[in-house]
Design a protein around this ligand. Structure first.
Ligand code: 13P
Length: 250
Protein backbone atom coordinates (compact mmCIF):
# COMPACT_ATOMS: atom_id res chain seq x y z
CA UNK A 1 0.00 0.00 0.00
CA UNK A 2 1.55 3.29 -1.08
CA UNK A 3 1.04 6.11 1.42
CA UNK A 4 -0.20 9.19 -0.38
CA UNK A 5 2.06 12.25 -0.50
CA UNK A 6 0.64 15.78 -0.49
CA UNK A 7 3.37 18.13 -1.69
CA UNK A 8 3.34 21.92 -2.00
CA UNK A 9 5.62 23.73 -4.43
CA UNK A 10 5.69 27.38 -3.42
CA UNK A 11 7.68 28.29 -6.58
CA UNK A 12 9.14 31.85 -6.49
CA UNK A 13 6.75 33.08 -3.81
CA UNK A 14 7.17 34.30 -0.26
CA UNK A 15 9.34 36.84 1.45
CA UNK A 16 10.42 35.91 4.94
CA UNK A 17 7.36 37.33 6.69
CA UNK A 18 5.00 35.58 4.25
CA UNK A 19 6.89 32.30 4.55
CA UNK A 20 6.64 32.43 8.33
CA UNK A 21 2.87 32.97 8.25
CA UNK A 22 2.25 30.29 5.62
CA UNK A 23 4.59 27.70 7.13
CA UNK A 24 3.25 28.18 10.64
CA UNK A 25 -0.34 27.90 9.42
CA UNK A 26 0.49 24.68 7.53
CA UNK A 27 2.59 23.16 10.32
CA UNK A 28 0.10 23.95 13.10
CA UNK A 29 -2.37 21.36 11.80
CA UNK A 30 0.15 18.60 11.11
CA UNK A 31 0.76 15.55 13.27
CA UNK A 32 3.39 12.84 13.08
CA UNK A 33 0.90 10.00 12.45
CA UNK A 34 -1.20 11.33 9.57
CA UNK A 35 -2.68 8.93 6.97
CA UNK A 36 -0.63 10.75 4.30
CA UNK A 37 2.84 12.27 4.04
CA UNK A 38 3.13 16.03 3.65
CA UNK A 39 5.94 17.98 1.98
CA UNK A 40 6.45 21.70 1.46
CA UNK A 41 9.05 23.11 -0.94
CA UNK A 42 9.71 26.79 -0.20
CA UNK A 43 12.02 28.87 -2.38
CA UNK A 44 15.70 28.96 -1.50
CA UNK A 45 15.57 32.39 0.19
CA UNK A 46 13.50 30.96 3.05
CA UNK A 47 14.31 27.24 2.90
CA UNK A 48 16.65 27.23 5.91
CA UNK A 49 14.37 29.54 7.84
CA UNK A 50 11.30 27.33 7.24
CA UNK A 51 13.29 24.18 8.06
CA UNK A 52 14.15 25.67 11.45
CA UNK A 53 10.49 26.20 12.41
CA UNK A 54 8.94 23.29 14.33
CA UNK A 55 7.47 21.10 11.58
CA UNK A 56 6.60 17.70 13.06
CA UNK A 57 4.89 15.55 10.44
CA UNK A 58 5.87 17.73 7.47
CA UNK A 59 8.89 17.16 5.26
CA UNK A 60 10.80 20.16 3.92
CA UNK A 61 12.22 20.20 0.41
CA UNK A 62 14.03 22.45 -2.05
CA UNK A 63 12.76 23.10 -5.57
CA UNK A 64 16.01 22.27 -7.36
CA UNK A 65 19.65 21.33 -6.80
CA UNK A 66 22.80 22.02 -8.81
CA UNK A 67 23.80 19.86 -11.76
CA UNK A 68 27.44 19.59 -10.77
CA UNK A 69 28.42 16.55 -8.75
CA UNK A 70 30.65 18.76 -6.61
CA UNK A 71 29.40 19.70 -3.16
CA UNK A 72 31.07 23.11 -3.45
CA UNK A 73 33.17 25.10 -5.90
CA UNK A 74 33.05 27.76 -8.59
CA UNK A 75 29.39 27.50 -9.64
CA UNK A 76 27.98 30.97 -9.15
CA UNK A 77 24.34 31.01 -8.15
CA UNK A 78 24.07 27.24 -7.75
CA UNK A 79 23.07 25.43 -4.56
CA UNK A 80 24.37 21.87 -4.23
CA UNK A 81 22.29 19.00 -2.88
CA UNK A 82 24.68 18.87 0.08
CA UNK A 83 23.91 22.54 0.80
CA UNK A 84 20.19 21.81 0.68
CA UNK A 85 20.68 19.00 3.17
CA UNK A 86 22.78 21.29 5.35
CA UNK A 87 19.90 23.79 5.44
CA UNK A 88 17.76 21.14 7.13
CA UNK A 89 15.77 19.94 4.11
CA UNK A 90 15.42 16.23 3.35
CA UNK A 91 13.74 16.42 -0.05
CA UNK A 92 14.04 18.24 -3.35
CA UNK A 93 12.12 18.59 -6.58
CA UNK A 94 14.05 18.30 -9.85
CA UNK A 95 13.04 18.64 -13.49
CA UNK A 96 10.03 20.89 -12.95
CA UNK A 97 8.68 22.02 -16.32
CA UNK A 98 9.49 25.62 -15.41
CA UNK A 99 13.15 24.59 -15.03
CA UNK A 100 13.00 22.70 -18.32
CA UNK A 101 11.27 25.63 -20.08
CA UNK A 102 13.16 28.64 -18.68
CA UNK A 103 16.54 27.04 -18.01
CA UNK A 104 16.80 24.53 -20.84
CA UNK A 105 17.04 21.53 -18.55
CA UNK A 106 17.18 18.28 -20.50
CA UNK A 107 16.36 14.78 -19.28
CA UNK A 108 20.11 14.13 -18.90
CA UNK A 109 20.49 17.17 -16.64
CA UNK A 110 17.44 16.17 -14.62
CA UNK A 111 18.85 12.67 -14.17
CA UNK A 112 22.18 14.08 -12.97
CA UNK A 113 20.39 16.35 -10.49
CA UNK A 114 18.31 13.41 -9.23
CA UNK A 115 21.48 11.38 -8.68
CA UNK A 116 23.15 14.28 -6.87
CA UNK A 117 20.11 14.57 -4.59
CA UNK A 118 20.04 10.84 -3.82
CA UNK A 119 23.79 10.77 -3.22
CA UNK A 120 23.42 13.64 -0.74
CA UNK A 121 20.78 11.71 1.18
CA UNK A 122 17.77 13.62 -0.13
CA UNK A 123 14.54 12.11 -1.40
CA UNK A 124 13.95 13.41 -4.91
CA UNK A 125 10.69 14.21 -6.71
CA UNK A 126 11.34 13.96 -10.45
CA UNK A 127 8.84 16.01 -12.45
CA UNK A 128 7.76 14.95 -15.93
CA UNK A 129 4.90 15.87 -18.25
CA UNK A 130 3.99 16.65 -21.82
CA UNK A 131 3.33 20.04 -23.44
CA UNK A 132 0.04 20.93 -25.08
CA UNK A 133 1.55 20.42 -28.54
CA UNK A 134 2.76 16.97 -27.57
CA UNK A 135 -0.66 16.01 -26.18
CA UNK A 136 -2.47 17.32 -29.27
CA UNK A 137 -0.09 15.35 -31.46
CA UNK A 138 -1.07 12.17 -29.57
CA UNK A 139 2.42 11.85 -28.09
CA UNK A 140 1.73 12.27 -24.36
CA UNK A 141 2.34 8.64 -23.40
CA UNK A 142 5.50 8.43 -25.50
CA UNK A 143 6.87 11.66 -24.01
CA UNK A 144 6.33 10.65 -20.37
CA UNK A 145 7.70 7.16 -21.02
CA UNK A 146 10.85 8.71 -22.49
CA UNK A 147 11.16 11.20 -19.63
CA UNK A 148 10.76 8.41 -17.08
CA UNK A 149 13.36 6.22 -18.76
CA UNK A 150 15.84 9.06 -19.26
CA UNK A 151 15.45 10.85 -15.90
CA UNK A 152 15.23 7.97 -13.43
CA UNK A 153 18.58 6.78 -12.14
CA UNK A 154 19.52 3.22 -11.24
CA UNK A 155 20.16 4.62 -7.75
CA UNK A 156 16.43 5.24 -7.31
CA UNK A 157 14.16 3.23 -5.07
CA UNK A 158 10.74 3.75 -3.51
CA UNK A 159 12.25 5.44 -0.44
CA UNK A 160 14.50 7.96 -2.18
CA UNK A 161 12.50 8.78 -5.32
CA UNK A 162 9.00 9.91 -6.26
CA UNK A 163 7.70 10.76 -9.75
CA UNK A 164 5.37 13.73 -10.33
CA UNK A 165 3.35 13.77 -13.55
CA UNK A 166 2.55 17.38 -14.33
CA UNK A 167 1.15 18.04 -17.80
CA UNK A 168 2.65 21.42 -18.72
CA UNK A 169 -0.68 22.69 -20.11
CA UNK A 170 -2.41 21.99 -16.77
CA UNK A 171 0.03 23.99 -14.63
CA UNK A 172 -1.52 27.22 -13.38
CA UNK A 173 -4.23 27.15 -16.05
CA UNK A 174 -7.21 25.67 -14.19
CA UNK A 175 -7.30 22.92 -16.84
CA UNK A 176 -6.96 19.30 -15.75
CA UNK A 177 -6.79 16.12 -17.80
CA UNK A 178 -9.69 13.68 -17.59
CA UNK A 179 -9.35 11.00 -14.96
CA UNK A 180 -9.02 8.49 -17.80
CA UNK A 181 -6.08 10.43 -19.23
CA UNK A 182 -4.42 10.65 -15.80
CA UNK A 183 -4.92 6.90 -15.29
CA UNK A 184 -3.43 6.14 -18.71
CA UNK A 185 -0.31 8.20 -18.06
CA UNK A 186 0.24 6.95 -14.51
CA UNK A 187 -0.07 3.33 -15.67
CA UNK A 188 2.46 4.01 -18.43
CA UNK A 189 4.87 5.63 -15.97
CA UNK A 190 4.62 2.66 -13.61
CA UNK A 191 5.18 0.27 -16.50
CA UNK A 192 8.25 2.23 -17.58
CA UNK A 193 9.55 2.32 -13.99
CA UNK A 194 9.27 -1.48 -13.91
CA UNK A 195 11.46 -1.69 -17.02
CA UNK A 196 14.10 0.61 -15.50
CA UNK A 197 14.05 -0.50 -11.84
CA UNK A 198 12.18 -3.82 -11.76
CA UNK A 199 8.56 -4.39 -10.84
CA UNK A 200 9.13 -4.69 -7.10
CA UNK A 201 10.49 -1.14 -6.81
CA UNK A 202 8.07 0.19 -9.44
CA UNK A 203 5.08 -1.14 -7.51
CA UNK A 204 6.18 0.71 -4.38
CA UNK A 205 7.25 4.01 -5.95
CA UNK A 206 4.83 6.89 -5.60
CA UNK A 207 3.60 8.72 -8.68
CA UNK A 208 2.00 12.11 -7.97
CA UNK A 209 -0.31 14.13 -10.17
CA UNK A 210 0.26 17.89 -10.44
CA UNK A 211 -1.38 20.70 -12.42
CA UNK A 212 -4.31 22.83 -11.17
CA UNK A 213 -5.06 20.57 -8.20
CA UNK A 214 -7.63 22.39 -6.06
CA UNK A 215 -9.84 21.41 -3.11
CA UNK A 216 -12.73 21.00 -5.60
CA UNK A 217 -11.01 18.39 -7.79
CA UNK A 218 -8.65 16.79 -5.27
CA UNK A 219 -10.80 13.84 -4.27
CA UNK A 220 -11.48 12.81 -7.85
CA UNK A 221 -7.82 13.05 -8.87
CA UNK A 222 -6.49 11.36 -5.74
CA UNK A 223 -8.82 8.42 -6.30
CA UNK A 224 -7.51 7.67 -9.79
CA UNK A 225 -5.66 4.37 -9.98
CA UNK A 226 -1.89 4.78 -9.58
CA UNK A 227 -2.21 8.36 -8.31
CA UNK A 228 -0.26 8.36 -5.06
CA UNK A 229 -0.59 12.00 -4.13
CA UNK A 230 -0.50 15.51 -5.52
CA UNK A 231 2.08 18.18 -6.29
CA UNK A 232 0.37 21.50 -5.72
CA UNK A 233 1.43 24.97 -6.84
CA UNK A 234 -1.05 27.84 -6.43
CA UNK A 235 -3.30 26.11 -3.92
CA UNK A 236 -0.32 25.37 -1.64
CA UNK A 237 0.17 29.10 -1.02
CA UNK A 238 -2.85 29.16 1.28
CA UNK A 239 -2.80 26.83 4.27
CA UNK A 240 -6.57 26.33 4.06
CA UNK A 241 -6.63 25.16 0.46
CA UNK A 242 -3.47 23.05 0.90
CA UNK A 243 -5.02 21.31 3.88
CA UNK A 244 -8.39 20.93 2.15
CA UNK A 245 -6.57 18.99 -0.59
CA UNK A 246 -4.70 16.87 1.98
CA UNK A 247 -7.95 16.06 3.74
CA UNK A 248 -9.35 14.68 0.49
CA UNK A 249 -7.06 11.68 1.09
CA UNK A 250 -9.30 8.95 2.37
P1 13P B 1 -0.51 24.66 -10.03
O1 13P B 1 -1.06 23.80 -8.91
O2 13P B 1 -0.47 26.13 -9.68
O3 13P B 1 -1.17 24.37 -11.33
O4 13P B 1 1.04 24.24 -10.20
C1 13P B 1 1.37 22.91 -10.32
C2 13P B 1 2.84 22.79 -10.22
O5 13P B 1 3.55 23.19 -11.13
C3 13P B 1 3.40 22.19 -9.01
O6 13P B 1 4.75 21.89 -9.17
Amino acid sequence: MRKKLIAGNWKMNSLKSEAKALAEAVFSKAKTDMPFDMLVCPPMNVLGFVAELPHDGVFIGAQDVAETQKASGAFTGDISAQMVKDLGADWTLVGHSERRQYHGETNAIVKQKAENAINAGLTVVICIGETLNEREAGKAVEVVRNQTRECVSALANAENCVIAYEPVWAIGTGKVPTTADVAEIHAAVRDELAKVLGSEIADKMRILYGGSVKPENAKELLNVENVDGALIGGASLKADSFWAIAEAVK
